[in-house]
Design a protein around this ligand. Sequence first.
Ligand SMILES: CC(C)(COP(=O)(O)OP(=O)(O)OC[C@H]1O[C@@H](n2cnc3c(N)ncnc32)[C@H](O)[C@@H]1OP(=O)(O)O)[C@@H](O)C(=O)NCCC(=O)NCCS
Length: 328
Amino acid sequence: MTGGRSVHAIQLDVVAPDDYVRDVLPHSSALWAGARSFDEYAAEFLATANSGWGKRRFRTLGLRVGGELVASCKRYERVLRCGARTYRAAGIGAVFTPDALRGRGYATALLGAILDAERNGGTDLAYLFSDIHPAFYERLGFVSLPSRSIALRADLLNAGRVEVAVLGDRDQPAMRRVFAALDARRAFAFVRTPLDWEWQRLRAASREHSGGTVRLGVRRGRSLAAYVSGRRIPASDAVVVDEFAFARDEDRPLIASLLRAAAGDLRTVRGWLPPAVARDGIPRGAVRPRTDAIAMAIPLSAAFRAALHDRGTPERERADPCWSSDHI
Ligand SMILES: CC(C)(COP(=O)(O)OP(=O)(O)OC[C@H]1O[C@@H](n2cnc3c(N)ncnc32)[C@H](O)[C@@H]1OP(=O)(O)O)[C@@H](O)C(=O)NCCC(=O)NCCS
């Protein structure tokens, strides 16, 4: 107290996983738990936060005013490769202010404090996927990136005669190799380290609540020529594709067969428009701008700003930047 006025200390803090479960999830679960019960949602969050990946690459952050947690978010650490260079990226997700505290500038202050800390810590860029009007994040300097959805009629997919295999955990190394082969052809992409693949495994388990995961591939000898991973959602009569990859150019047509098989008796194939390198793997379909999960980024370092302004790569201009499996 100073001269009778209360002075509230404003502070950006790491929120420990147990505290996040106690202080944030009871407010935010209605929005994000989906079909999971609160206990399931909380247990899944703790398993993720306490995993090897979680301890190294994931934090929950909060803004405290006079000790009270007034806004929070999740921070993901990734590496973005642009050409031969790599950049440190901070992903921001689950930005949240409890209902009663909204409209007082807390989320803006939280994000501002995070961006300052990231700049000072040498992070090259921050990114997020906005479920609200992007104007909120644009005010902080984020820029919207192409973010589209695609929908295809499964029966129009030109499926050749190929032997489709259901893939399991033992196929993970082969899937990683196929993904890496396709990714290497991209001008820019999030790097998938072994830790990032662990995160993918955790996420696949988490997505089970919104549909049965499907992972199909076409084998070539002991290796894999192509794979598709996604979720079958009978209530929407659709299979939702999270990512796919093919090892060589001649394997590209296998994707249509895999999508057809993944759909089975479901009528539609849906998903995010794949990054440019994989777009030709599927027919054109109905492409629409997304109204949620709009990819946004803000450059924080001079090095990354320069890379962004290097217009040498046409892909950067028009293509959607990431797979939905990179959504946070
Ligand atoms: C979005 C959210 C985090 C904003 O928190 P906040 O502390 O109220 O934010 P601030 O006070 O800093 O800024 C308020 C401004 O946010 C903007 N805003 C809030 N909701 C918005 C929305 N759906 N679309 C666009 N802007 C929005 C408005 O401009 C608002 O100003 P106003 O109150 O004068 O209209 C909060 O509304 C929330 O937790 N929503 C539910 C979770 C969510 O959707 N998070 C975003 C995920 S991308």
